[in-house]
Design a protein around this ligand. Sequence first.
Ligand code: OSB
Ligand code: MG
Length: 383
Amino acid sequence: MRSITIKSIEQFSIAMPFVEKLRTSFGEEPFKTAVLIKLITDDGLVGWGEAPVEIHPGYSSETMGTADHVLREFLIPALLGQTVQSPTDVPALLSHTRGHPLAKHSLEQAVWDAWSQANNLTITQAFSHHLPAGNEGRGAAKVGVSIGIKPTIEETIAVIRKRLGEGYARIKLKIMPGWDVELARAVRAQFPDILLMLDANSAYTLADAEYLKQVDDLNLLMLEQPLGYFDIYEHSKLQPQLKTSICLDESIHSADDARLAFELGACRIINLKPSRVSGFTESLEIYKVCVERGAPLWIGGMMETGIGRAANAAFASLPGVTLPCDISATNRYFVTDLSEPPFELQPDSTLRVPAGTGLGVQVLEDRVAEAEALWQREYPYST
Ligand code: OSB
Ligand code: MG
Protein backbone atom coordinates (compact mmCIF):
# COMPACT_ATOMS: atom_id res chain seq x y z
CA MET A 1 0.00 0.00 0.00
CA ARG A 2 1.17 3.54 -0.76
CA SER A 3 1.69 6.01 2.07
CA ILE A 4 0.61 9.66 1.89
CA THR A 5 2.45 12.73 3.15
CA ILE A 6 0.28 15.54 4.49
CA LYS A 7 1.25 18.88 2.99
CA SER A 8 -1.54 21.23 4.07
CA ILE A 9 -4.80 21.23 6.04
CA GLU A 10 -7.56 23.86 5.98
CA GLN A 11 -10.55 24.06 8.34
CA PHE A 12 -13.95 25.62 7.60
CA SER A 13 -16.67 26.44 10.18
CA ILE A 14 -19.99 26.12 8.37
CA ALA A 15 -23.73 26.50 8.92
CA MET A 16 -26.59 25.33 6.70
CA PRO A 17 -30.38 25.63 6.97
CA PHE A 18 -32.17 22.37 7.86
CA VAL A 19 -35.18 21.14 5.90
CA GLU A 20 -36.55 19.70 9.19
CA LYS A 21 -34.93 20.36 12.56
CA LEU A 22 -34.51 17.56 15.10
CA ARG A 23 -35.78 18.29 18.62
CA THR A 24 -34.32 15.89 21.17
CA SER A 25 -34.65 15.52 24.95
CA PHE A 26 -31.80 18.07 25.29
CA GLY A 27 -32.96 20.69 22.80
CA GLU A 28 -32.89 21.74 19.16
CA GLU A 29 -30.13 23.18 16.98
CA PRO A 30 -31.08 26.18 14.80
CA PHE A 31 -28.74 25.15 11.97
CA LYS A 32 -26.74 22.24 10.76
CA THR A 33 -23.19 23.18 11.76
CA ALA A 34 -19.82 21.49 11.35
CA VAL A 35 -16.12 22.09 11.05
CA LEU A 36 -14.89 20.71 7.72
CA ILE A 37 -11.36 19.63 6.92
CA LYS A 38 -9.62 19.86 3.54
CA LEU A 39 -6.34 17.98 3.53
CA ILE A 40 -3.85 18.06 0.63
CA THR A 41 -1.05 15.54 0.14
CA ASP A 42 2.41 16.00 -1.40
CA ASP A 43 1.01 14.41 -4.56
CA GLY A 44 -1.85 16.91 -4.72
CA LEU A 45 -4.60 14.51 -3.60
CA VAL A 46 -7.42 16.18 -1.65
CA GLY A 47 -9.16 14.49 1.30
CA TRP A 48 -12.24 15.85 3.07
CA GLY A 49 -13.49 15.29 6.60
CA GLU A 50 -16.34 16.53 8.82
CA ALA A 51 -16.50 17.16 12.56
CA PRO A 52 -20.29 17.14 13.08
CA VAL A 53 -20.10 19.48 16.06
CA GLU A 54 -23.13 21.44 17.20
CA ILE A 55 -23.52 24.93 18.65
CA HIS A 56 -24.56 23.68 22.09
CA PRO A 57 -22.70 21.03 24.10
CA GLY A 58 -25.92 18.99 24.37
CA TYR A 59 -25.20 15.68 22.65
CA SER A 60 -21.43 15.99 22.81
CA SER A 61 -19.26 18.10 25.10
CA GLU A 62 -17.59 19.39 21.93
CA THR A 63 -18.96 22.49 20.18
CA MET A 64 -18.20 24.58 17.10
CA GLY A 65 -15.91 26.65 19.32
CA THR A 66 -13.97 23.78 20.86
CA ALA A 67 -13.49 21.99 17.54
CA ASP A 68 -12.25 25.16 15.86
CA HIS A 69 -9.78 25.77 18.68
CA VAL A 70 -8.50 22.24 19.20
CA LEU A 71 -8.10 21.55 15.48
CA ARG A 72 -6.26 24.82 14.86
CA GLU A 73 -3.99 24.82 17.90
CA PHE A 74 -3.25 21.14 18.51
CA LEU A 75 -4.58 18.53 16.11
CA ILE A 76 -3.71 20.03 12.71
CA PRO A 77 -0.14 20.95 13.77
CA ALA A 78 0.34 17.32 14.91
CA LEU A 79 -0.49 16.00 11.43
CA LEU A 80 1.20 18.53 9.15
CA GLY A 81 4.21 17.08 7.34
CA GLN A 82 3.55 13.55 8.61
CA THR A 83 3.86 10.52 6.35
CA VAL A 84 1.03 8.10 7.03
CA GLN A 85 1.45 4.43 6.03
CA SER A 86 -2.16 3.65 6.94
CA PRO A 87 -5.05 5.82 8.20
CA THR A 88 -4.97 3.64 11.31
CA ASP A 89 -1.70 5.46 12.22
CA VAL A 90 -3.63 8.69 12.83
CA PRO A 91 -4.95 8.05 16.39
CA ALA A 92 -1.39 7.63 17.71
CA LEU A 93 -0.33 10.90 16.06
CA LEU A 94 -3.21 12.71 17.81
CA SER A 95 -2.99 10.90 21.15
CA HIS A 96 -1.26 13.72 23.01
CA THR A 97 -4.60 15.56 22.87
CA ARG A 98 -7.10 14.05 25.29
CA GLY A 99 -10.72 13.77 24.25
CA HIS A 100 -12.21 15.78 21.36
CA PRO A 101 -13.33 12.72 19.37
CA LEU A 102 -15.43 14.63 16.84
CA ALA A 103 -12.52 16.93 15.96
CA LYS A 104 -10.13 13.96 15.70
CA HIS A 105 -12.60 12.09 13.51
CA SER A 106 -12.65 14.91 10.93
CA LEU A 107 -8.90 14.65 10.38
CA GLU A 108 -8.93 10.87 10.31
CA GLN A 109 -11.76 10.92 7.75
CA ALA A 110 -9.77 13.27 5.50
CA VAL A 111 -6.78 10.90 5.76
CA TRP A 112 -8.97 7.87 4.89
CA ASP A 113 -10.27 9.79 1.86
CA ALA A 114 -6.83 10.82 0.58
CA TRP A 115 -5.18 7.47 1.39
CA SER A 116 -7.93 5.56 -0.43
CA GLN A 117 -7.40 7.73 -3.50
CA ALA A 118 -3.62 7.22 -3.33
CA ASN A 119 -4.26 3.48 -3.38
CA ASN A 120 -7.00 3.62 -6.03
CA LEU A 121 -9.59 2.28 -3.57
CA THR A 122 -13.07 3.34 -2.57
CA ILE A 123 -13.17 4.26 1.10
CA THR A 124 -15.26 1.09 1.65
CA GLN A 125 -12.44 -1.00 0.14
CA ALA A 126 -10.01 0.82 2.44
CA PHE A 127 -12.13 -0.18 5.46
CA SER A 128 -12.37 -3.79 4.25
CA HIS A 129 -8.58 -3.86 3.78
CA HIS A 130 -8.32 -3.33 7.56
CA LEU A 131 -10.79 -6.15 8.39
CA PRO A 132 -10.60 -9.95 8.06
CA ALA A 133 -11.56 -11.44 4.66
CA GLY A 134 -15.29 -11.66 4.06
CA ASN A 135 -15.94 -8.06 5.13
CA GLU A 136 -16.33 -6.55 1.68
CA GLY A 137 -18.91 -3.79 1.20
CA ARG A 138 -22.38 -4.54 -0.17
CA GLY A 139 -22.58 -1.38 -2.31
CA ALA A 140 -25.52 0.02 -0.38
CA ALA A 141 -26.56 0.78 3.20
CA LYS A 142 -29.92 -0.07 4.73
CA VAL A 143 -31.30 3.09 6.34
CA GLY A 144 -34.09 4.51 8.47
CA VAL A 145 -35.08 7.98 9.63
CA SER A 146 -34.87 9.77 12.98
CA ILE A 147 -37.90 11.92 13.87
CA GLY A 148 -37.67 14.67 16.46
CA ILE A 149 -40.03 15.70 19.24
CA LYS A 150 -43.04 17.49 17.71
CA PRO A 151 -45.75 19.67 19.27
CA THR A 152 -48.42 16.94 18.94
CA ILE A 153 -48.84 13.20 18.38
CA GLU A 154 -50.93 13.97 15.27
CA GLU A 155 -48.03 15.90 13.71
CA THR A 156 -45.68 13.05 14.55
CA ILE A 157 -47.97 10.53 12.89
CA ALA A 158 -48.19 12.76 9.80
CA VAL A 159 -44.38 12.91 9.53
CA ILE A 160 -44.13 9.15 10.00
CA ARG A 161 -46.69 8.60 7.26
CA LYS A 162 -44.70 10.87 4.93
CA ARG A 163 -41.42 9.08 5.69
CA LEU A 164 -42.97 5.62 5.23
CA GLY A 165 -44.37 6.88 1.91
CA GLU A 166 -40.86 7.91 0.85
CA GLY A 167 -39.78 4.34 1.53
CA TYR A 168 -38.02 4.41 4.91
CA ALA A 169 -38.27 0.97 6.47
CA ARG A 170 -37.41 1.95 10.05
CA ILE A 171 -38.71 4.82 12.16
CA LYS A 172 -36.87 6.19 15.20
CA LEU A 173 -38.73 8.54 17.52
CA LYS A 174 -37.03 10.89 19.95
CA ILE A 175 -38.58 10.68 23.41
CA MET A 176 -38.33 12.46 26.77
CA PRO A 177 -40.31 12.28 30.03
CA GLY A 178 -43.88 13.27 29.17
CA TRP A 179 -43.36 12.50 25.45
CA ASP A 180 -42.93 8.77 25.50
CA VAL A 181 -45.43 6.04 26.46
CA GLU A 182 -48.56 7.68 25.09
CA LEU A 183 -46.74 8.64 21.88
CA ALA A 184 -45.29 5.16 21.38
CA ARG A 185 -48.68 3.50 21.99
CA ALA A 186 -50.45 5.84 19.55
CA VAL A 187 -47.82 5.31 16.85
CA ARG A 188 -47.85 1.54 17.32
CA ALA A 189 -51.66 1.51 17.09
CA GLN A 190 -51.49 3.41 13.78
CA PHE A 191 -48.62 1.37 12.33
CA PRO A 192 -48.77 -2.15 13.83
CA ASP A 193 -46.06 -3.70 11.63
CA ILE A 194 -43.31 -1.11 11.09
CA LEU A 195 -39.81 -1.36 12.51
CA LEU A 196 -40.13 1.17 15.34
CA MET A 197 -37.64 2.31 17.96
CA LEU A 198 -37.25 5.05 20.57
CA ASP A 199 -34.23 7.23 21.43
CA ALA A 200 -34.20 8.93 24.85
CA ASN A 201 -30.79 10.64 24.63
CA SER A 202 -30.16 9.96 28.35
CA ALA A 203 -33.42 11.50 29.61
CA TYR A 204 -34.29 8.88 32.28
CA THR A 205 -32.80 7.38 35.43
CA LEU A 206 -32.82 3.87 36.84
CA ALA A 207 -35.69 4.96 39.10
CA ASP A 208 -37.82 5.09 35.91
CA ALA A 209 -37.41 1.32 35.28
CA GLU A 210 -41.04 0.48 36.11
CA TYR A 211 -42.26 3.38 34.02
CA LEU A 212 -40.14 2.32 31.02
CA LYS A 213 -41.55 -1.22 31.19
CA GLN A 214 -44.76 0.23 29.76
CA VAL A 215 -43.21 0.24 26.28
CA ASP A 216 -42.18 -3.40 26.59
CA ASP A 217 -45.28 -4.81 24.88
CA LEU A 218 -45.01 -2.54 21.80
CA ASN A 219 -42.62 -4.83 19.90
CA LEU A 220 -39.94 -2.14 19.61
CA LEU A 221 -36.77 -2.83 17.68
CA MET A 222 -34.83 -1.21 20.53
CA LEU A 223 -34.74 1.53 23.16
CA GLU A 224 -31.73 3.77 22.58
CA GLN A 225 -29.77 5.36 25.44
CA PRO A 226 -32.43 5.59 28.15
CA LEU A 227 -30.02 6.37 31.02
CA GLY A 228 -27.03 8.58 31.74
CA TYR A 229 -24.48 9.89 29.31
CA PHE A 230 -21.36 7.70 29.85
CA ASP A 231 -23.32 5.25 32.02
CA ILE A 232 -22.82 1.52 31.51
CA TYR A 233 -23.43 0.21 35.04
CA GLU A 234 -27.02 1.39 35.51
CA HIS A 235 -27.93 0.23 32.00
CA SER A 236 -26.70 -3.21 33.10
CA LYS A 237 -29.30 -3.02 35.91
CA LEU A 238 -32.06 -1.91 33.52
CA GLN A 239 -31.56 -4.29 30.58
CA PRO A 240 -32.47 -7.48 32.53
CA GLN A 241 -35.75 -5.82 33.59
CA LEU A 242 -36.81 -5.15 29.98
CA LYS A 243 -37.82 -7.43 27.13
CA THR A 244 -36.94 -4.59 24.74
CA SER A 245 -33.29 -4.51 23.69
CA ILE A 246 -31.33 -1.53 24.95
CA CYS A 247 -29.04 0.11 22.38
CA LEU A 248 -26.21 2.30 23.67
CA ASP A 249 -25.21 5.48 21.84
CA GLU A 250 -23.75 8.19 24.12
CA SER A 251 -22.15 5.67 26.53
CA ILE A 252 -19.90 3.98 23.96
CA HIS A 253 -16.70 5.87 23.14
CA SER A 254 -14.32 3.00 22.41
CA ALA A 255 -14.04 -0.72 21.74
CA ASP A 256 -13.27 -1.16 25.45
CA ASP A 257 -16.60 0.49 26.32
CA ALA A 258 -18.36 -1.84 23.87
CA ARG A 259 -16.75 -4.94 25.42
CA LEU A 260 -17.60 -3.72 28.94
CA ALA A 261 -21.22 -3.00 27.98
CA PHE A 262 -21.68 -6.47 26.47
CA GLU A 263 -19.87 -8.22 29.37
CA LEU A 264 -22.09 -6.47 31.92
CA GLY A 265 -25.26 -7.05 29.89
CA ALA A 266 -25.90 -3.30 29.67
CA CYS A 267 -27.17 -3.49 26.08
CA ARG A 268 -27.75 -5.92 23.23
CA ILE A 269 -27.16 -3.45 20.39
CA ILE A 270 -24.71 -0.66 19.62
CA ASN A 271 -25.30 2.54 17.69
CA LEU A 272 -21.85 3.27 16.26
CA LYS A 273 -21.24 6.88 15.34
CA PRO A 274 -17.76 7.05 13.85
CA SER A 275 -17.35 10.65 15.06
CA ARG A 276 -18.38 9.85 18.65
CA VAL A 277 -15.67 7.19 18.92
CA SER A 278 -12.95 9.47 17.43
CA GLY A 279 -12.81 7.95 13.95
CA PHE A 280 -12.94 4.94 11.68
CA THR A 281 -9.93 3.23 13.29
CA GLU A 282 -11.80 2.87 16.59
CA SER A 283 -15.01 2.18 14.62
CA LEU A 284 -13.33 -0.83 12.98
CA GLU A 285 -12.40 -2.17 16.44
CA ILE A 286 -16.00 -1.80 17.65
CA TYR A 287 -17.21 -3.44 14.43
CA LYS A 288 -14.97 -6.44 15.18
CA VAL A 289 -16.26 -6.67 18.78
CA CYS A 290 -19.85 -6.78 17.49
CA VAL A 291 -19.11 -9.29 14.70
CA GLU A 292 -17.24 -11.60 17.11
CA ARG A 293 -20.21 -11.59 19.49
CA GLY A 294 -22.86 -11.76 16.79
CA ALA A 295 -24.26 -8.51 18.23
CA PRO A 296 -26.51 -6.34 16.05
CA LEU A 297 -24.78 -3.16 14.91
CA TRP A 298 -25.88 -0.03 13.09
CA ILE A 299 -24.36 3.28 12.14
CA GLY A 300 -25.79 6.39 13.74
CA GLY A 301 -25.78 9.91 12.40
CA MET A 302 -25.17 13.50 13.44
CA MET A 303 -27.11 15.10 10.58
CA GLU A 304 -23.89 15.09 8.52
CA THR A 305 -23.38 16.99 5.28
CA GLY A 306 -22.72 14.90 2.17
CA ILE A 307 -19.04 14.81 3.18
CA GLY A 308 -19.60 12.98 6.45
CA ARG A 309 -22.56 11.06 5.06
CA ALA A 310 -20.48 9.56 2.22
CA ALA A 311 -18.01 8.03 4.66
CA ASN A 312 -20.71 6.83 7.07
CA ALA A 313 -22.74 5.24 4.26
CA ALA A 314 -19.59 3.46 3.07
CA PHE A 315 -18.95 2.07 6.56
CA ALA A 316 -22.64 1.13 6.85
CA SER A 317 -22.33 -1.00 3.71
CA LEU A 318 -20.01 -3.44 5.53
CA PRO A 319 -21.71 -6.79 6.19
CA GLY A 320 -21.35 -6.66 9.99
CA VAL A 321 -23.71 -3.67 10.04
CA THR A 322 -26.94 -5.60 10.41
CA LEU A 323 -29.66 -3.08 11.31
CA PRO A 324 -31.00 -0.01 9.42
CA CYS A 325 -28.80 3.05 9.97
CA ASP A 326 -29.53 6.69 10.88
CA ILE A 327 -28.23 7.87 7.50
CA SER A 328 -31.16 9.32 5.59
CA ALA A 329 -31.31 10.69 2.07
CA THR A 330 -29.92 14.19 1.41
CA ASN A 331 -33.42 15.69 1.03
CA ARG A 332 -34.29 14.72 4.61
CA TYR A 333 -31.69 17.27 5.75
CA PHE A 334 -30.86 19.90 3.11
CA VAL A 335 -32.17 21.59 -0.01
CA THR A 336 -28.64 21.99 -1.34
CA ASP A 337 -25.82 19.94 0.11
CA LEU A 338 -22.06 20.54 -0.06
CA SER A 339 -21.37 17.59 -2.34
CA GLU A 340 -22.81 15.85 -5.37
CA PRO A 341 -24.49 13.64 -6.29
CA PRO A 342 -27.14 13.69 -3.54
CA PHE A 343 -27.94 10.48 -1.65
CA GLU A 344 -31.33 9.22 -2.79
CA LEU A 345 -33.49 6.64 -1.07
CA GLN A 346 -33.86 3.47 -3.15
CA PRO A 347 -37.09 1.43 -3.15
CA ASP A 348 -35.52 -1.17 -0.85
CA SER A 349 -34.84 1.50 1.83
CA THR A 350 -31.13 1.71 1.02
CA LEU A 351 -28.70 4.42 -0.02
CA ARG A 352 -26.20 3.51 -2.70
CA VAL A 353 -22.55 3.97 -1.79
CA PRO A 354 -20.67 6.13 -4.34
CA ALA A 355 -18.49 4.08 -6.68
CA GLY A 356 -15.48 6.43 -7.14
CA THR A 357 -12.19 6.27 -5.25
CA GLY A 358 -12.01 7.83 -1.79
CA LEU A 359 -15.35 9.22 -0.62
CA GLY A 360 -16.58 9.09 -4.21
CA VAL A 361 -18.48 12.40 -3.98
CA GLN A 362 -17.52 15.74 -5.48
CA VAL A 363 -17.24 18.52 -2.89
CA LEU A 364 -18.63 21.81 -4.21
CA GLU A 365 -16.29 24.43 -2.80
CA ASP A 366 -18.52 27.36 -3.73
CA ARG A 367 -21.23 25.80 -1.52
CA VAL A 368 -18.70 25.32 1.27
CA ALA A 369 -17.89 29.05 0.98
CA GLU A 370 -21.62 29.92 1.16
CA ALA A 371 -22.04 27.76 4.25
CA GLU A 372 -18.97 29.41 5.80
CA ALA A 373 -20.52 32.83 5.11
CA LEU A 374 -23.78 31.77 6.80
CA TRP A 375 -21.89 30.67 9.90
CA GLN A 376 -19.99 33.99 10.03
CA ARG A 377 -23.20 35.97 9.56
CA GLU A 378 -25.10 34.08 12.28
CA TYR A 379 -22.24 33.77 14.73
CA PRO A 380 -20.03 36.82 14.14
CA TYR A 381 -18.42 36.50 17.61
CA SER A 382 -16.69 33.31 16.54
CA THR A 383 -13.63 32.87 14.35
O1 OSB B 1 -28.98 10.57 19.39
O2 OSB B 1 -28.75 9.67 17.51
C1 OSB B 1 -28.80 10.69 18.19
C2 OSB B 1 -28.59 13.75 15.91
C3 OSB B 1 -27.86 14.62 16.68
C4 OSB B 1 -27.48 14.22 17.94
C5 OSB B 1 -27.85 12.96 18.43
C6 OSB B 1 -28.56 12.08 17.63
C7 OSB B 1 -28.97 12.49 16.36
C8 OSB B 1 -29.81 11.70 15.47
C9 OSB B 1 -29.72 12.06 14.01
O3 OSB B 1 -30.64 10.90 15.86
C10 OSB B 1 -29.76 10.95 13.06
C11 OSB B 1 -29.41 11.45 11.67
O4 OSB B 1 -28.27 11.91 11.45
O5 OSB B 1 -30.29 11.39 10.81
MG1 MG C 1 -29.01 8.46 19.87
